[in-house]
Design a binder for this molecule. Structure first.
Ligand SMILES: Cc1cc2nc3c(=O)[nH]c(=O)nc-3n(C[C@H](O)[C@H](O)[C@H](O)COP(=O)(O)OP(=O)(O)OC[C@H]3O[C@@H](n4cnc5c(N)ncnc54)[C@H](O)[C@@H]3O)c2cc1C
Ligand SMILES: NC(=O)C1=CN([C@@H]2O[C@H](COP(=O)(O)OP(=O)(O)OC[C@H]3O[C@@H](n4cnc5c(N)ncnc54)[C@H](OP(=O)(O)O)[C@@H]3O)[C@@H](O)[C@H]2O)C=CC1
Ligand SMILES: O=C(O)C(=O)Cc1c[nH]c2ccccc12
Length: 429
């Protein structure tokens, strides 16, 4: 353990460059944590570490920060929740930004955030695997640099997983899918209805994405069919000019979650009427309880329900099978369809690269429920897996940065390694 001892000393004390490169750029020692992902969660952790003087690197597979927002969202997207619930720690939205920022305004905000805290992620670098090496008490993180096809191994004391709840698209398998022949995309590749004018489009999935894609299609003269295979809670975005989300957050300070759910359902029925009648059956469990137990986000209605009521959007049940230019549904109906948009959701990609099973479960989320899913063993941290959107990500980030900052401070106080120590250590790997 001589190696570990001296490495730890080096980690604790070195104040020079963030990392040094070894073995012809293959093996890199990182002095401080490695943050995986430069979305809002990764940026928020990075900001907290900057404030505490902890050096770090951020590895990002895409060529920009917040790639979900910049490259995998539709044009008309705005935040659903008021801006005060979506801002990251220590840097509020400017006053001129409206209550519900547009996608571009949110991206600008995140760019300013990264600039303000001087966060410079390493882009085009995808983490392929990360494993804790018991023999030396350090993490080994292997990446693929897409620009030069080079593989790099980072060695570090701490790893912060910030790859998000929406890292990969979910594409279900359907019987006869290959026979269909029309174009099929996932909602993450949908930009606008421009390419769908005059077409019959089947939108599969009635989460916030499917609902909004259907609405967008109406504005481009196409005919959307919305596939609702089970149930969904549709809530008004605002009640009497006040954000429903804000109202719920306020009520939760005074009454139980179940009572808030009852109030939300009353308000939904008062404002939207009976959604069941139009094929949007409500789940047995209330909207907040369902979000907490299954992570299923309620839909905040932006006008889709009105289009369903008026018949511009037709609700169809679950899919039985696809055939050439046709789709058969479980109720026996068969429709001619030109194109399909799969708004079937996303999943975490953590199980594909993190070799660890104590803290993360098989679905790529921490096992411990909120607010305890941010710290694992041996220097493993996570931010942004709370199923509580950006506000949950911020809460995680504050805790992670505080914890690493504390350890960093204690260790830098105690140890002073010999100047040439790290080279000697690394060469032993
Ligand atoms: C369409 C849409 C709208 C949303 N709107 C809202 C909203 O209004 N309010 C709200 O609170 N939440 C919203 N959300 C939830 C969303 O999860 C958060 O807004 C936010 O993006 C989460 O940030 P994150 O950093 O945790 O994850 P992400 O934003 O997904 O960032 C993760 C980053 O990690 C990178 N990455 C992934 N795997 C690797 C790897 N192996 N190696 C290197 N890098 C990797 C990705 O490229 C990505 O840049 C929305 C989600 C979607 C899909
Ligand atoms: N402006 C905003 O704030 C927005 C926020 N978001 C957020 O992004 C996240 C992802 O949302 P979203 O992309 O809508 O994904 P969701 O996971 O919320 O919804 C996926 C939908 O696809 C359905 N589905 C999955 N498989 C099938 C299948 N085989 N056949 C039929 N239906 C199927 C699901 O139905 P079932 O329930 O039966 O499984 C569900 O309705 C959420 O947290 C959401 O809140 C998204 C858009 C806008
Ligand atoms: O995206 C999520 O999962 C969130 O928790 C944030 C969010 C976005 N749109 C919403 C609608 C209702 C409740 C939460 C959200």
């Amino acid at each position: 353990m001589d190696t570990v001892g001296s490495l730890r000393g080096f980690i604790a004390k070195t104040t020079s460059a963030n990392h040094e490169e070894f073995f012809a750029r293959r093996c890199v020692w990182v002095n401080g944590p490695v943050i995986v992902g430069a979305g809002p969660s990764g940026l928020a952790v990075a900001a907290g570490l900057k404030e505490r003087g902890v050096p770090f690197i951020v590895l990002e597979r895409a060529n920009c920060i917040a790639s979900l927002w910049q490259t995998r969202t539709y044009n008309r997207l705005k935040l659903h929740l008021p801006k005060q619930f979506c801002q990251l720690p220590k840097f509020p939205f400017p006053d001129h930004v409206p209550e519900y920022p547009s996608k571009d305004q949110f991206i600008n905000y995140l760019e300013s955030y990264a600039n303000h805290f001087d966060i410079q992620p390493q882009f085009n670098e995808s983490v392929q695997s990360a494993e804790y090496d018991e023999t030396c008490g350090l993490w080994r993180i292997k990446t693929d640099q897409s620009a030069n096809h080079r593989e790099v191994e980072y060695i570090c004391r701490w790893i912060v997983v910030a790859t998000g709840e929406n890292a990969e698209k979910v594409v279900p398998k359907f019987f006869g899918f290959h026979e269909f022949g029309g174009d099929i995309i996932h909602a993450c590749d949908y930009k606008s209805g421009e390419n769908y004018r005059g077409k019959k489009v089947l939108v599969v999935g009635c989460g916030n994405s499917g609902m909004e894609v259907s609405l967008d299609l109406c504005n481009y003269d196409s005919t959307p069919y919305l596939c609702v295979r089970s149930s969904v809670h549709v809530l008004p975005k605002e009640v009497l000019g006040k954000s429903t989300y804000e109202l719920a957050a306020l009520l939760l300070k005074w009454v139980s979650l179940r009572t808030v759910d009852k109030i939300l359902l009353f308000l939904a029925s008062w404002s939207l009427g009976n959604t069941d009648k139009y094929g949007l059956k409500r789940p047995e469990v209330g909207p907040l309880e369902l979000k907490n137990t299954e992570g299923k986000t309620p839909v905040l209605d932006l006008g889709t329900f009105g289009k369903i009521k008026s018949g511009q959007i037709k609700v169809v049940p679950g899919i039985k099978r696809f055939a050439r230019g046709k789709v058969a549904f479980v109720n026996g109906e068969i429709l001619e369809i030109d194109s399909v948009v799969l708004a079937t959701g996303y999943r975490s990609n953590v199980p594909s690269w993190l070799k660890e099973s104590e803290f993360f479960s098989k679905n790529g989320f921490p096992k411990a429920p909120f607010p305890n899913g941010w710290k694992g063993n041996a220097g493993l941290y996570a931010a942004g897996f709370t199923r509580r959107g950006l506000s949950g990500a911020s809460e995680d980030a504050i805790r992670v940065a505080e914890d690493i900052g504390k350890i960093w401070k204690e260790e830098t106080k105690q140890q002073k390694p010999p100047a040439a120590c790290h080279r000697r250590c690394i060469s032993q790997f």
